[in-house]
Design a protein. Structure first.
Length: 277
């Protein structure tokens, strides 16, 4: 590639990166501002109180007055358990659809994929009555169990991963005398780490950002998730934008931590998910 083409390419990439990152940088900057600064007619990127007294007032307020760390912990428990549950159920389903033979396999798989087109709003009412019958109201079970059991995308992802693994692995394992369960957790599962990491990140993020189910099933402040905590700053007559932005900054930190800790596997999973083993 010539020097001129490299310069053009990197210029475009830098421009796209800046366009993507600028809203987050503005959110981080505005999280230190007062309400007056946020609505100033001459907005500035750098807050007036930067490196001065009162710089951390917004963060102190949401942590001390609104118990925001509790909301973060609650969401971490819900999103973590739901994501781990999806890894278990989707890996079993993906292995069955990829490597086992049974009647109507393709029909069942097609019907499962069709559920991805059904919005949650369609099923939320019958689901709500089921949760009431189970006495799961004001618990985290309605937030965790449906996510664990309804993993169409995860099953599709892991089915593709298991299908693309070479048959020689399976043949060698059968020669060694392993059964189907041992084949699953001793041979195929360890080789699916990139796909598992990708699914965990996606499932964790989806459950972390969920708001509909928490609003329906949770009404105790001690059980609020991070999205419900952020919704507290928006009232009928106005929004506390300085606190909302500070809370938003804190809410994305766990997501960044999860992604950075699994970045190697996530990128590898995205690059190899469509290649033949």
């Amino acid at each position: 590639m010539s020097l001129g083409r490299k310069i053009i390419l990197y210029t475009i990439l830098i421009a796209i990166s800046f366009t993507t990152l600028f809203p987050f940088l503005w959110m981080f900057s505005s999280s230190f501002k007062t309400m007056g600064e946020i609505f100033s007619l001459t907005p500035s990127f750098i807050p007036d109180n930067i490196f001065a007294e009162g710089m951390w007032n917004n963060y102190k307020s949401i942590l001390q007055e609104y118990n925001f760390l509790r909301f973060i912990f609650n969401s971490f428990v819900v999103a973590g358990l739901a994501a781990l549950g999806q890894l278990f159920t989707c890996s079993l389903g993906g292995f069955a659809f990829a490597r086992m033979e049974f009647r109507f396999k393709e029909v069942i798989f097609a019907l499962m994929l069709a559920t991805m087109m059904i919005p949650i709003q369609v099923t939320i009412i019958p689901e709500y009555f089921i949760m009431l019958k189970l006495n799961w109201y004001n618990t985290y079970l309605p937030l965790i169990v449906p996510s664990m059991l309804i993993g169409s995308f995860g099953t599709f992802l892991l089915r593709s991963t298991f299908e693309n693994m070479p048959s020689s692995m399976e043949e060698a394992a059968f020669i060694d005398g392993v059964n189907d369960w041992q084949m699953f957790y001793m041979v195929f599962l360890p080789n699916a780490k990139p796909a598992l990491a990708s699914l965990f990140i996606i499932a964790f993020m989806n459950n972390w950002n969920a708001l509909l189910r928490p609003v329906i099933y949770i009404d105790k402040p001690d059980l609020y998730t991070i999205t419900m905590g952020l919704a507290m700053f928006k009232g009928n007559y106005g929004t506390q934008w300085h606190l909302l932005l500070a809370g938003s900054v804190l809410s994305i930190l766990p997501l960044l931590f999860i992604y950075m800790s699994m970045q190697k596997y996530f990128v590898r999973g995205m690059l190899t998910s469509g290649t033949k083993g």
